[in-house]
Design a protein around this ligand. Structure first.
Ligand code: SAH
Length: 207
């Protein structure tokens, strides 16, 4: 996975590569898919949701430029894998999940694997989590129709927002960096995420 899927496609940050090597991805997928855990694809995790393809996790993490001690917010906990990668890099992580079963399952799994410091909040995270702001990095791991201004507002000066933006079926991974009240935007990769459902996302029931 590390050489064929990540290095070969341009992931260079050695700290990200070693986090992806060390965090046991097979613990984050349902037992029936365990053998496919390191394959080059997303995997169903229940409730119609997926754990992202390894390359996309690595690309988002690299773009977020996590330093130890950074406060990071993830929106879309899913299995908890992306949150564990951020914590492994030394971030103080808050992650939000609107599906109560996924939130509870991820929380339990993260504690069992030694990532009990991650705060899992079972709520619509499309508007971020103002109580924990400002963040050095915000990662949205579900597809948004537009960049919610409220997420940009919750970034620290110098902060990075990584978010897939587009239609329900095709998005571009965008990196938005905050410099004072100015933003710089960089398009990273084409991608396909499940929808961000909620106040600042898509309405419930979209497909
Ligand atoms: N990052 C996850 C995969 C994300 S899948 C991992 O590492 O496994 C996207 C997740 O976003 C789904 O679990 C979905 O329920 C959740 N989601 C969608 N809209 C949301 C919202 N408004 N707030 C919080 N979570 C949301």
């Amino acid at each position: 996975m590390i050489d064929r899927q990540l290095r070969r496609r341009g992931i260079q940050d050695e700290k990200v590569l070693s986090a992806m090597f060390e965090v046991p991805r097979h613990e984050f997928v349902p037992a029936v898919y365990r053998e496919a855990a390191y394959d080059d694809c997303p995997i169903a995790i229940g409730e119609g949701q997926t754990i992202s393809q390894p390359y996309i996790v690595a690309a988002m993490t690299e773009a977020a430029r996590i330093e130890p001690g950074d406060k990071a917010l993830e929106i879309g906990t899913g299995s908890g894998y992306q949150a564990a990668i951020l914590a492994h890099l030394g971030a103080r992580v808050i992650t939000m999940e609107r599906n109560p079963w996924l939130a509870a399952t991820a929380r339990e799994r993260l504690v069992r694997l030694g990532y009990g410091g991650i705060q899992v909040i079972a709520e619509d995270g499309s508007g971020g989590y103002a109580a924990g702001a400002p963040y050095a990095a915000i990662l949205v791991t579900a597809a948004a129709p537009k960049v919610p201004q409220v997420l940009f507002d919750q970034l620290d000066d110098g902060g990075r927002l990584v978010i897939p933006v587009g239609t329900l079926h095709q998005q571009v991974l965008e990196l938005i960096s905050k410099h004072g009240d100015k933003a710089s935007v960089c398009d990273l990769d084409p991608c396909q995420f499940v929808p961000l459902i909620g106040k600042e996302g898509w309405p419930e029931g979209v497909r």
